[in-house]
Design a protein around this ligand. Structure first.
Ligand code: ADP
Length: 196
C-alpha cells in the first residue's frame, strides 16, 4: 500500500526547500500552486468563469489573467475572495486528484498544499508533514528572501494560521531551525521509515 503524504508549512518555513529535495529523491510532489496556475491560465477550466465574474479588466496584454490585479481586487473583499475560491478550488482539486490517483498506483505521492489544514485537506492524506521553523527564524528568512521590512514580514506571518498550530496538527514535523543539511537528514529518515 502506498501513502498520500500532505506537505505543508508557513510562509518561508522551508516547504519549497523540502519539496525540492523530496523530488530530487525521486518522489512525485504535486504542487497546489502549480495546479492553480494551470486552472486559471487561458484555456484552463476556471478561466472563462473568472472573466465572467471579474471582467476583462483583469487581463494582461497577452490575454492571460493578471494575478496581481486579481489579487488586489480580492485582497480586501471577502465575498469576491470566496467567489474566486469557488471558481478555482474545485478545479484544482479535480486536477490534483486525477494526477494523484494515476501516480498512487506506482508509489507514494506527496501533495504540497500551503492551506492543507485550513481547507480540511489533511483528511485526504494518510500522513501529514509540516515544515516548521521558529518565528524569529521564519521572519529572518522571509525578510531576506522577499526583501521585506520587519513589519511587512510580521504582518504576512501573522495573517496565516500559526505555524505552531500546524505543527501540532501534523503527524510528522520537519524542524527547519537548523541548516539545510539538517532538514535533508530528517527527510531522509522520514523516507526510509516510509519505505519500511
Ligand atoms: P517556503 O517554501 O516555505 O516559503 P522556502 O523553502 O522558500 O520556504 O525557504 C525560505 C527561504 O529560506 C529561502 O530563501 C530558502 O533558501 C531559505 N532556507 C530554507 N531553509 C533554510 C535553512 N535550513 N537554512 C538557511 N536558509 C534556509
Amino acid at each position: 500500500m502506498y501513502s498520500i503524504i500532505g506537505l505543508t508549512g508557513g510562509i518561508a518555513s522551508g516547504k519549497s526547500t523540502a519539496s525540492a529535495y523530496i523530488r530530487e529523491k525521486g518522489y512525485p510532489v504535486l504542487d497546489a500552486d502549480h495546479f492553480s496556475r494551470k486552472a486559471t491560465a487561458k484555456g484552463g477550466p476556471s478561466f472563462d468563469g473568472i472573466i465572467k465574474a471579474f471582467g476583462k479588466d483583469i487581463l494582461d496584454e497577452d490575454g492571460e489573467i493578471d494575478r496581481k490585479k486579481l489579487g488586489s481586487i480580492i485582497f480586501n473583499d471577502k465575498e469576491k475572495r470566496q467567489e474566486l475560491n469557488d471558481l478555482v478550488h474545485p478545479k484544482i482539486r479535480r486536477m490534483m486528484n486525477e494526477e494523484r490517483d494515476r501516480l498512487i498506483e506506482k508509489g507514494h505521492v506527496f501533495l504540497d498544499i500551503p492551506l492543507l489544514f485550513e481547507n480540511g485537506l489533511d483528511s485526504q492524506c494518510d500522513i501529514t508533514l509540516t515544515v516548521y521553523a521558529d518565528k524569529v527564524i521564519q521572519k529572518k528568512r522571509l525578510i531576506e528572501r522577499n526583501e521585506l521590512t520587519e513589519s511587512d514580514a510580521e504582518s504576512r506571518i501573522s495573517s496565516q494560521m500559526p505555524l505552531s498550530k500546524k505543527r501540532d496538527l501534523s503527524d510528522v514535523t520537519l524542524d527547519n531551525n537548523g541548516s539545510r543539511e539538517e532538514l535533508y537528514n530528517q527527510i531522509d529518515a522520514f523516507l526510509s521509515r516510509l519505505e519500511k
